[in-house]
Ligand binder design. Structure first.
Ligand code: AMP
Length: 363
């Protein structure tokens, strides 16, 4: 089966790596000249709104999907008119706008931090009166890895945040004094079958994910699954979806969804029976889903900016190296390692070893 993927970054690359054993082949549409998934399939280098390229993309695949959530709505519509496109375009429309996301969570009874849309400087003052401080001001669209947001701690912070972000539609959220950040990855097949990976605990630094650790008996698992199921069924979703939550005083607050495979699921390549990438492809291709169970103790450490020496990583037992073929650049995700271990103490030792190498390599 030929799978068309909109976007050809590392998520597309890892999808393709998972798909070859299933005898799947790949065509990517991506405007950048040398994206890192290109060696894994046919790369159509064109703008996402290029009608001729979209026609070639559709002619070259049996079914289509995407690896990033900022696919233009028009692109999704054009592709969906010609080929089955999973996840469905309405999931994109929801996930592309933080306000739509929050409204959906609200409609489905999923707790969220108090939020208000902000369109003017005056509206920001009024919104802060309702959320109180601290609060987080975010662009409604295109924010990622902590970009497009500012934490407001005192009234004097408002002017600077407005100067930085005020040219775009914004949302103000109450700051959640969370103890943990977790994500829950779900996968739904074309037949409606639904499965959940173990909840993952995520650590960020400078707004970028650094460490993800699946938690084998997390007390929030059932609640996270319940909230994820509501969204997935509402959107009649097919594929992998990631849900990010804050955990505060034993309660979950939904932060955002990603209608795609997700960085906090990379551990599943070696840490789960069937990885998020294979399961996404199985869902999109109409195959039965694989088991989402963890194989044992595992974790994922991201490489940001530049990767540690491969030999140094490979020398550590239980370390699986994944490099994305990208050049070094500050804040860029250039690879990750999945660490597997036979018990919790061994896992912590390996996390410390790999994190030290990752920190030393960061530029
Ligand atoms: P986001 O792009 O929404 O995932 O935000 C990036 C990071 O900023 C999150 O992983 C949190 O660490 C932090 N953050 C975002 N929104 C809030 C909030 N309402 N309260 C506290 N921290 C937040």
């Amino acid at each position: 089966m030929k799978i068309g993927i909109l976007g050809a970054g590392q998520l597309g690359r890892m999808l393709a790596l998972a798909g070859y054993p299933l005898d799947q082949r790949f065509v990517f549409l991506d405007p950048t000249p040398d994206p890192c998934a290109a060696p894994l399939g046919e790369h159509l280098q064109a703008d996402y709104l290029d009608e001729a390229a979209l026609a070639a993309f559709c002619a070259g695949c049996d079914v289509a999907t995407f690896e990033f959530e900022n696919v233009p709505a028009r692109t999704a519509d054009v592709v969906a008119a010609q080929r089955p496109l999973y996840p469905p375009p309405q999931a994109l429309a929801t996930a592309q706008d933080r306000l739509n996301e929050k409204k959906l969570f609200d409609d489905l009874g999923i707790p969220v931090p108090r939020y208000l849309p902000v369109a003017t400087r005056q509206a920001l003052d009024m919104a802060v009166r309702i959320t109180g401080l601290p609060a987080v001001l975010k662009t409604r669209r295109m924010g990622y890895d902590g970009k497009g947001q500012a934490v407001l701690r005192q009234p004097e912070d408002l002017d600077a945040a407005w100067a930085q972000l005020g040219s775009q539609p914004l949302i103000l959220e109450a700051f959640v004094p969370f103890q943990r950040e977790i994500s829950c990855l779900a996968v739904r097949g074309r037949d409606g079958g639904l499965a959940f990976y173990p909840v993952v605990e995520n650590r960020h630094r400078d707004g970028i994910l650094r460490l993800s650790t699946p938690v084998l008996d997390d007390p929030m698992q059932a609640q996270a699954e319940d909230y994820a199921r509501r969204v997935i069924e509402k959107l009649d979703y097919v594929g992998v979806m990631a849900f990010e939550f804050f955990v505060a005083d034993g309660q979950l607050f939904a932060n955002e969804i990603a209608p795609r495979v997700h960085n906090s699921g990379h551990w599943s390549i070696e840490g789960a029976v069937c990885s998020q990438f294979e399961n996404h492809l199985r869902a999109v291709a109409g195959l039965p889903l694989g088991s989402t169970a963890a194989r044992g103790y595992s974790a994922m450490v991201n490489f940001i900016g530049s990767a540690p020496d491969t030999a140094a990583l490979a020398a550590i037992a239980g370390v699986h190296v994944h490099l994305y073929g990208k050049s070094a650049k500050a804040k860029r995700k250039v690879g990750h390692a999945t660490l597997t271990a036979s018990d919790a103490a061994e896992l912590q030792t390996r996390i410390a070893q790999v994190t030290a190498l990752a920190d030393a390599a960061e530029i």
